[in-house]
Design a protein. Structure first.
Length: 189
């Protein structure tokens, strides 16, 4: 039996740091390559190197805030002109981008800047978003009214969930169950 355990451990897929190649645990940090918007897995020593911005790589933080006193009524949401009820917003150096997860991946939506400015004026916490690596995540699906500030890798995880679990035109019951668990986990942070 011990030999089977050793064999299983030896053949288990181990993740590696995309920067130095070291083996890393399942729970690890990421850096964002600004030019490609690609996340790279990092080991602890490599992540320390990027605690301050270096070149075109930015360390993804770990701040998670549930925004309970957030002002976003139906009129403000309509002014953002998003065709869906789940979206995330990333503040870059020169603009704010809106994305929504879909079965095809993350889809960018044109964002009227005056609508974002009105939202930020009503919610000053949005001015604290770490550029490029933090996002405002909004869930208004099925009557929900939830908002969080999350690390960008959480948004990528949400996109991955939608891509891999969505079935048919409405998504299917499994994806909605998984989405519920995803948002519950964020509420527990």
């Amino acid at each position: 039996m011990l030999e089977l355990q050793k064999l299983a451990q030896a053949t288990a897929v181990t993740e590696h740091c995309d920067l130095c190649g070291a083996a890393i645990p399942e729970e690890h940090r990421h850096v964002l390559e600004l030019d490609t918007r690609e996340l790279k897995c990092t080991c602890r020593p490599c992540s320390i190197l990027f605690e301050r911005p270096v070149g075109r790589l930015r360390l993804i933080g770990d701040r998670r805030l549930v925004l309970t006193d957030f002002t976003l009524d139906d009129v403000m949401w309509e002014e953002l002109r998003l065709p869906v009820d789940i979206a995330f917003f990333i503040r870059g150096a020169d603009r704010v981008q809106a994305f929504y997860p879909s079965p095809m991946g993350a889809t960018e939506s044109l964002l009227p800047l005056d609508a974002w400015e009105a939202l930020a004026d009503a919610n000053p916490v949005l001015r604290t978003l770490e550029p490029d690596v933090e996002a405002l995540l909004v869930n208004r699906s099925r009557g929900a009214r939830q908002q969080w500030i999350v690390p960008l890798d959480e948004c990528y995880a949400l996109v991955g969930l939608m891509r891999t679990r969505w079935r048919g035109l409405t998504g299917g019951s499994e994806v909605w169950s998984d989405l519920g668990e995803f948002f519950e986990r964020l509420d527990g942070t």
